[in-house]
Design a protein around this ligand. Structure first.
Ligand code: ATP
Length: 298
């Protein structure tokens, strides 16, 4: 797999505030990589350093295996601030101005308008756009020149529920077309829904990084019920990965020390003479994991 971005021990201080500390990360081609953290955890600082908007105090980073330089910047699209265009000019004219600066061709404008679902509104003045449309235009503008990577800072902030869904779908579509995405968000739900990989930041320190699916795959417990609950309770304690259990009204909640697959559990219980009438896996959400990580870093 091709490494798109590699960060080594990046640190940045604003006076007494340590905004990021010793941050190392790798983003591979095709990932939708989420930097997840509460307000003030250093997300915007990190993205700003990666875009050369501010300088780090220590550490280094490479885009596409090379230290940042002007030509490489053309391969990176970004939306870091609230969308800002000429209010009295149309969407298409605003994009033409950006395309001229980026030296991307005119047909690229139609491509990005279509991709972001704005082609019907291309002749409408920017100032009449809804906030969601403004955000989509900002993404369209960042996509001019077909960047290999798209960087987004809190892409759904301030949007209504419908706008949020549109932007999330757009991000996933852009990723499907082959663009690697790096986004910052304080919303667990957002990262859980659209990212393939996540790094959790707290007070400028990386607490965790890995595949979102792996975080979600940690299956904490199962709800089990059978005709003979007493036998089920006796047998389940003998499972090699058994950790603990709770008896609820109509089922037993069983916790395991390690990952247990539902099919394997069912087979094992059957081999011990227990027939289940109910088996339901309870996955630990990224939210629980995130909160645990933050608590441990208090
Ligand atoms: P938010 O979601 O609130 O923007 P964030 O995770 O993006 O948070 P940063 O904006 O990177 O975090 O801020 C990290 C820390 O650095 C915060 O404590 C913030 O107050 C501080 N900070 C950021 N920019 C500056 C600055 N220009 N001068 C002083 N302190 C700053």
């Amino acid at each position: 797999m091709k490494t798109i971005l590699s960060i080594q021990r990046l640190s940045k201080r604003y006076g007494k505030i340590q905004a990021i500390k010793d941050l190392s990360l790798k983003v591979e081609q095709g990932q939708i990589f989420g930097i997840l953290g509460p307000n003030g955890s250093g997300k915007t600082t990190t993205l700003s350093i990666l875009l050369d908007l501010i300088k780090s105090d220590q550490g280094s980073f490479e885009w596409f295996g090379e230290p940042a330089h002007y030509e490489l910047r053309k391969r990176i699209g970004s939306v870091i601030e609230s969308p800002n265009f000429y209010p009295y000019l149309s969407a298409a004219t605003n994009l033409r101005l950006v395309a001229a600066i980026k030296e991307s061709g005119a047909d690229d404008i139609d491509r990005v308008l279509q991709l972001t679902g704005l082609e019907q509104r291309k002749d409408t003045k920017f100032k009449t756009f809804s906030f969601g449309m403004k955000q989509r235009l900002a993404i369209a503008s960042a996509l001019l020149g077909k960047p290999d990577v798209l960087i987004l800072d809190e892409p759904t902030n301030g949007l209504d529920p419908q706008g949020i869904v549109q932007i999330r779908e757009l991000i996933m579509m852009i990723a499907r077309e082959g663009t690697t995405i790096l986004l910052a968000s304080h919303l667990l739900d957002e990262v859980q829904k659209i990212c393939t990989h996540v790094a959790v930041l707290s007070k400028g320190i990386k607490l965790f990084d890995g595949k979102v699916s792996e975080v979600l795959a940690v299956s904490d417990s199962f709800e089990l019920a059978g005709d003979d609950m007493e036998k089920l309770l006796k047998v389940i304690r003998e499972h090699p990965a058994y950790q603990s259990h709770q008896v609820n009204n109509s089922f037993i909640q069983v916790y395991f020390k390690e990952k247990v697959l539902p099919g394997a559990l069912n087979n094992w219980l059957f081999s011990q003479g227990v027939i289940l009438s109910h088996l339901s896996e309870r996955k630990r959400s990224l939210e629980q994991h995130f909160l645990e990580l933050l608590q441990n870093n208090q």
